[in-house]
Design a protein around this ligand. Structure first.
Ligand code: LLP
Length: 431
């Protein structure tokens, strides 16, 4: 099957982390997000081990919590010794509620408001990743008002095209994120930053894109960033010990997708960086990366109940499910591929070619087109795999559909981590 936490039980049902998905759908209702806690922990440990082995003790992976954010995930990150990347006061607040030590948090975003900045400082968020000059001035001013010296990284755009889809390519010079190296603006920003008494410049950050498979993307990025660090040291004499290379390693959504051996990829990047540092006569920085998708994607699976099966003679077939672009907007937004199984009979002959579509009033509400399935009957359970990243975190209430529950799976049991929204929840803020 697509990933090692999927299997078929003796009753012929699809199992996820050893649990019968059909039984889980009956118990918790659908649509339902399942998250394999064992796999999340395995992925976090895999990153931590790879970083220790390849980069040494000063290096650390941070979980990019935009990929999937709720209290329990931050508790798991804390237990696994992961730092976190947060992008809003909402994520900071959620981490805070989970008891996550915020000095291990890196606050991103290309447009932090004064309110966000003050909120993050009041809760002692360890590091700000500063996108641009205007934001830097606001952070310096608010730190001054609070009598703080704020640790920051500057987010730079190295001018790298990671060859992924446009919506997630962020390292090019004309990106809305960061400050460009190529134009000379990054260098000016460093000069200026070093003159600010309320700012403690620790180093640099870049993130070239997401769902990245390109062999040498991180090596090429590191080349540019290390050269920049060296130039800054020569010109300004500043110690800039931290380099954060962002997130982005790709995951497998369908059988034909590639597969990144992440520890091997990290070892290659580290070896390359060591050689470059030697050549440039500089010390290896403390390296961070911010994986999101590759921590949680394959830990996720969404269950739906089949409703209408519509056959338009001579044209096409539709299988409608009880969720849609509200719980998984990724096909609608990016044309993303997914693997779909009929959870009650995954091994029956796949005889129906169909589009799996949602229940929203919108033709583009497609979970996956052109899927081959055993012909499903109304009431049967459908499973969409690899939905752990950017599904729950991107869910909406379009058409006033309540967001699904999130259920965590362990080796021995399962438990509710996020309650299903109720109809009352939908009107809670209406005055
Ligand atoms: N660091 C920064 C600064 C980022 O902007 C991102 C993702 C990450 C780390 C984590 O990247 P990852 O390891 O998850 O690829 N909604 C889109 C993905 C948007 C990614 C945004 N930034 C999707 O569903 O494909």
């Amino acid at each position: 099957m697509l990933s090692s936490n999927l299997s078929v039980g003796e009753n012929g049902h699809l199992y996820f982390r050893g649990h019968d998905t059909v039984a889980l759908a009956r118990e918790y209702g659908t649509p339902l997000y399942l998250l394999d806690e064992v796999r999340i922990r395995e992925n976090m440990r895999m990153y931590r081990r790879a970083f220790q082995e390849s980069f040494g003790p000063a290096a650390a992976p941070l979980y990019a919590s935009k990929a999937n954010c709720f209290k329990r995930i931050y508790e798991i990150a804390k237990e696994e010794g992961m730092g976190i990347d947060v992008v809003s006061s909402g994520e900071i607040y959620t981490a805070l509620q989970a008891g996550f030590p915020l000095e291990q948090a890196y606050f991103h975003s290309n447009n932090k408001t004064d309110w966000d900045i003050a909120f993050a400082m009041d809760h002692r968020v360890g590091h700000f990743v500063v996108d641009n000059r205007e934001e830097l001035d606001a952070i310096a001013r608010i730190a001054g008002e609070k009598g703080l010296r704020q640790k920051i990284l500057l987010r730079l755009t190295p001018g790298i095209d990671p060859h992924t889809y446009e919506a997630v390519a962020t390292g090019k010079v004309d990106s809305k994120f960061g400050t460009a190296i190529e134009t000379g603006q990054a260098r000016e920003m460093v000069r200026y930053t070093l003159s600010l008494p309320t700012i403690d410049l620790q180093g640099f950050h870049c993130h070239v894109g997401s769902q990245v498979f390109g062999e040498d993307v991180y090596e090429r990025t590191a080349d540019i960033m290390l050269t920049f660090i060296k130039d800054c040291r020569d010109e300004f004499g500043a110690a800039l010990p931290v380099l954060d290379l962002g997130g982005g390693y790709g995951v497998r959504y369908v059988e034909s997708d590639g597969f990144v051996d992440i520890p091997a990829a990290i070892a290659r990047v580290a070896a390359h960086m060591k050689a470059v540092c030697e050549r440039l006569g500089m010390e290896m920085p403390a390296v961070h990366m911010e994986p999101g998708r590759s921590i949680v994607a394959d830990a996720g699976l969404t269950l739906y109940t089949v409703g209408t099966v519509k056959k338009i003679t001579g044209y096409k077939n539709y299988v409608s499910i009880d969720g849609g672009m509200t719980d998984n907007p990724r096909y609608a937004l990016y044309g993303s591929r997914y693997t779909v199984y009929l959870a009650s009979r995954p091994e029956d002959p796949a005889t129906l070619r169909c589009d799996v579509v949602g229940r929203c009033c919108e033709s583009g509400d497609i979970i996956q087109p052109d899927v081959l399935l055993p012909e499903p009957k109304r009431g049967e359970i459908l499973a969409v795999c690899t939905t752990g990243a950017y599904n729950y975190s991107m869910a909406s209430n379009y058409n006033r559909l309540p967001r699904p529950a999130v259920v965590m799976l362990t080796e021995t049991g399962h438990y509710l981590a996020v309650r299903r929204e109720s109809l009352e929840d939908l009107v809670r803020n209406d005055v």
